[in-house]
Structure formats: structure tokens, C-alpha cells
Write a new protein. Structure first.
Length: 272
């Protein structure tokens, strides 16, 4: 396979020693082999860096970088971009999991169709790799439809950097850096095309379940009202759509959704 088909996997990691091994194992299980994984340890205070280094010593495709200061996930991803050699960028946080065929299917989908951006469907899992209630079915998104839904999970997203240029990822804290990146790309006229297969598993941890949803809602409303490309009433309308869809995807029944359970079964109860 040519070097131009290499996929750079971008992984910020902060205090994720309990889950990072499962994340790395799901990458190592990929049926598509032409990848590099760049893990940026964001000054973790636990054993995250050592877990990452264990795997880097075994597989030269895994590169581990230790940030000089704790800058947050946006800053960590930018460090990874500085060191990435692939034409395609795929994203996985240090506690999420991919289906084994994720890179192969999504890369083929993009290359065959000449797409710059794509995303897949995904479901939620708990701290022990068990599927949870919740499911997001992927559909094609442009700027306006994304503002109604923000259905793209970063761990289900892939981009062709030869078409988009370096990802516009904010470095500062206090922003939804994935939202800002997607908005910046879609406002340039790109569409994120949907691969309607569950290829990613988004982990919900206990502290995430108990997070202050009202605070998040206020933050998102403030961000939507700053979106000058839309008239004020349309900003409010799209925020309303977003709020409804944000709740719906967390409670949607996924019992009849087809997905590859093998990686979850293999990793179940094997976190450190």
C-alpha cells in the first residue's frame, strides 16, 4: 500500500491509564495496517505515559509524545498534527474503542468517492466495555444541518488532509474544540459524508454521566448565539434542534442495531 494512503491516528491522553490499553488494542486489531498512532500524553499524573510506552516499544507505528505542560485536548491534538505524516487523519480519544474494520471501511469509502470528510454511526459503551442505551445514526452533514445535530463524534470522524489542509483545531481551553473544528471545515463548503455503520464506540464514564448538563447547555447556547453566519432566530432554532437531538441520541434504543461486538467481548473487563 502506498505511503500516501497512510492514516495518522490522533490520540490525546490525560489520566486514562485504566482505558488506554483497550483503546490501543482496538487500533492494533485494525484490518487496515497502514497507520501510525500518535499519542500525546498531556502531563498525566497517573501511569498513562508508561502504558503508552509499553505498546510503543512493541510496535514502531505507535509514537508517544510527552507534552511539556498540561494544555488540554486541543493543544495535545495540535502537537500530534505537528508530528503526523499521514494523508488521512482519524481521531480516537484515550478511552474510546474502534471496531476492527473501522479504518479499512472508512478509508475505502473516502478514497473510492473522493471525499474530504466522513463520519460513521456510533453507539455508547460503559466503563466495562458493555453497550449502553444510545445510538447515533450517521447522515450526510453540511454546515446548516450540522448546526441542528452535531452528530459527529470525533472518534468516528476522518479527514483527507490533502484536501482540507491542517485541521483548524483550537488550542485554548474552555471551548468545544471538536465542534469548532467541524464548524470551520463545514463553513468552507465541505460536507461530511456518512458511512452508516457502527464503527466506533464512545465511552461514557461515571463522572460524565453526572456532569452538569445545564452548564453544558448554557455553554452551547452561548456558542450558537455567536454564530454570525446565521440570523439570530435561526441560531435559536438550531440550538433547539441540537438540544433535542443531544438527548435523543443518549436514550435511543440500539438493541436492533447491527454492529461488530467482537472487540468489546475481547476487551471486556480487561482494563487495567
Amino acid at each position: 500500500m502506498s505511503e500516501e494512503d497512510k492514516i495518522s491516528i490522533i490520540t490525546p491522553a490525560y489520566n486514562c491509564e485504566k482505558y488506554l490499553e483497550s483503546t490501543i488494542k482496538s487500533v492494533l486489531k485494525q484490518t487496515y495496517k497502514n497507520w501510525e498512532m500518535i499519542i500525546v500524553d498531556d502531563k498525566s499524573t497517573d501511569n498513562t505515559y508508561n502504558v503508552a510506552m509499553e505498546y510503543a516499544k512493541k510496535d514502531p507505528r505507535i509514537k508517544v509524545i510527552k507534552a511539556e505542560e498540561n494544555g488540554g485536548p486541543g493543544a495535545a491534538r495540535n502537537i500530534a498534527f505537528d508530528n503526523a505524516a499521514g494523508r488521512y487523519y482519524a481521531f480516537i480519544d484515550a478511552d474510546d474503542i474502534w471496531a476492527p474494520e473501522r479504518l479499512e471501511k472508512q478509508h475505502g469509502f473516502m478514497k473510492d468517492n473522493g471525499y474530504a470528510l466522513s463520519h460513521s454511526s456510533f453507539i455508547f459503551i460503559d466503563e466495562n466495555n458493555n453497550p449502553k442505551k444510545g445510538y447515533m445514526k450517521a447522515s450526510d452533514l453540511d454546515y446548516k444541518s450540522y448546526m441542528k445535530d452535531t452528530q459527529i463524534s470525533l472518534d468516528a470522524f476522518m479527514m483527507d488532509v490533502s484536501k482540507t489542509g491542517r485541521p483548524p483545531m483550537p488550542k485554548e481551553r474552555g471551548v468545544r474544540e471538536d465542534l469548532e473544528m467541524h464548524l470551520a471545515l463545514l463553513k468552507r463548503g465541505f460536507t461530511s459524508y456518512a458511512l452508516d455503520e457502527v464503527l466506533s464506540f464512545y465511552r461514557i464514564r461515571g463522572n460524565q454521566e453526572s456532569a452538569n448538563k445545564a452548564t453544558m447547555a448554557r455553554m452551547m447556547l452561548k456558542r450558537y448565539m455567536q454564530e454570525k453566519n446565521l440570523a439570530p432566530h435561526k441560531r435559536l432554532l438550531r440550538f433547539g434542534h441540537y438540544a433535542v437531538n443531544a438527548v435523543a441520541k443518549r436514550i435511543k434504543d440500539n438493541k436492533n442495531v447491527n454492529f461488530n461486538k467482537s472487540i468489546l467481548e475481547e476487551l471486556k473487563n480487561k482494563e487495567r
